[in-house]
Design a protein around this ligand. Structure first.
Ligand SMILES: [Fe+2]
Length: 187
């Protein structure tokens, strides 16, 4: 497998989108790339900054675990997709992109505990995975999560994640976002 560098990271990401994007997104009515592109579009429509748009676009990249070189997998504390994605990206993107990605499953557990209206937004597949992911947070977990420097970004990303499952929604292609991603790559 090729060695990732700040020069080829965006090509690698684009290649994953192009070759694997048409795969279905577990139990949802959209493909993986539709889901991630729609999440980015929701961020953009909400007036979010570039880091949040790119975080939304790349939040589920860790589902493509077998596309990611071993070297970035080995940093992981587990094989969960949010950790895989964040560990893959952390060397090349700022924490404001990476941390909301790392926390996007915890953010679901958090929001289910603190905002009852959020739970109503979950798709059946998302409710199903919530149970596997530990269910809503308890009080202690909520307090810990709220210490997060990126709390607001994590919460925003999670709302866009739930919204980005509309089979009818039209959105831009990956290449539309490419310059944005490139602008955030660390040297
Ligand atoms: Fe997602």
């Amino acid at each position: 497998m090729v060695k990732i560098t700040s020069e080829n990271i965006v090509d690698l990401i684009q290649d994953i989108f192009e070759r694997r994007g048409a795969e279905s997104y577990l139990g949802e009515q959209v493909t993986m790339s539709q889901h991630m592109l729609q999440a980015a579009q929701c961020a953009e429509e909400a007036g979010a900054d570039h880091t949040q748009i790119v975080a939304a676009l790349l939040h589920d990249i860790g589902h493509y675990k077998n596309e990611i070189p071993e070297s970035s997998l080995s940093n992981g504390v587990n094989n969960y997709h949010e950790e895989v994605g964040a560990n893959f990206l952390e060397e090349y993107f700022p924490a404001s992109v990476v941390e909301p990605i790392r926390q996007h499953v915890e953010a679901k557990r958090y929001l289910c505990a603190v905002r009852p209206e959020y739970f109503m937004r979950l798709s059946p597949a998302s409710i199903n995975t919530l149970n596997l992911q530990g269910g809503p947070m308890n009080e202690k977990e909520i307090r810990e999560f709220e210490k997060n420097d990126y709390l607001e970004q994590c919460v925003n990303l999670r709302y866009w994640d739930e919204k980005a499952k509309d089979p009818e929604r039209k959105c831009a292609s990956f290449s539309y976002y490419r310059p944005l991603i490139e602008s955030l790559v660390k040297n």
